[in-house]
Design a protein around this ligand. Structure first.
Ligand code: ADP
Ligand code: MG
Length: 232
């Protein structure tokens, strides 16, 4: 039960003796050690559950290159009131400007702060919803997703979505509305969402729910990928 204490007990005793800790201070140190280890374990577990395709850190993001969002704006998100208040973050912009990088980096920080996050590419997300729907388990699937505090849906809009897919996606967005937080990245301005969803009757309510309580970041600038290529 107290694995972490058991593992490092002799070391902790030595430290206590060296520092002449009282019994109370020693007990305090033991509890602190146990909590620290449990917390680290939980963070590691939640990082694995998040299924990030790769780890991207905020510390690696160069705000001198991407100037359409500031370090200050991103830092302001890291108290995670946006998650507590079930708000969404929308990163909109062309390919290569750092949308995925930022969404993963913010997701990682959220996990470190104790939140549960799940990352999925938008097409994969819609596919898994479609599959669940075919199996008569859409509700169950959505309930499972709602166990996370924040869902990252990456790259919506690259490929058009079929009718059933957009209906299933709408169900997810609707269940998350004012209940869970979404970080969405997309290359499409909302005015183009009709083409992407084919059907205005679905596009409008989806956009409506996504943007109602949201912070929108329009990213621009040159593609970082292209920049790296042309540098070679
Ligand atoms: P997008 O999702 O907008 O298409 P990505 O976030 O995938 O772009 O960025 C493409 C690549 O460039 C990634 O490897 C990412 O880490 C890197 N990148 C993009 N912008 C920056 C930046 N400002 N600083 C550091 N790396 C960046
Ligand atoms: Mg991307």
């Amino acid at each position: 039960m107290f694995n972490s204490i058991a593992q490092s007990l002799s070391e902790l005793i030595q430290q206590a003796e060296a520092n002449e800790l009282s019994y109370l201070q020693f007990a305090d140190a033991l509890v602190e050690q146990e909590l620290l280890q449990r917390n680290q374990k939980r963070i590691k577990h939640n990082q694995q559950r998040a299924t990030f395709p790769m780890l991207k850190r905020l510390e690696e993001f160069d705000f001198r290159i991407q100037t359409t969002i500031t370090k200050k704006e991103v830092a302001a998100l890291l108290d995670f009131t946006f998650i507590d208040q079930r708000q969404n973050l929308l990163f909109i912009g062309p390919p290569g400007v750092g949308k995925t990088h930022l969404s993963i980096a913010i997701g990682l920080k959220a996990i470190e702060a104790g939140y549960k996050v799940l990352f999925k590419n938008a097409m994969d997300r819609i596919e898994t919803l479609d599959l669940a729907e075919v199996q008569g388990e859409l509700k169950k699937k959505i309930s499972a997703l709602l166990k996370f505090d924040c869902l990252i849906i990456d790259e919506l809009g690259f490929l058009p979505v079929q009718k059933q897919g957009m209906y299933n996606f709408f169900q997810l967005i609707n269940h998350c509305y004012e209940f869970r937080s979404i970080i969405l990245t997309t290359n499409k301005d909302f005015t183009c969402w009709n083409e992407f969803f084919f059907d205005e009757n679905v596009a409008v309510p989806v956009v409506d729910r996504l943007i109602h309580h949201s912070k929108i970041f329009m990213l621009g600038g040159e593609s970082y990928r292209l920049r790296q290529k042309t540098k070679l």
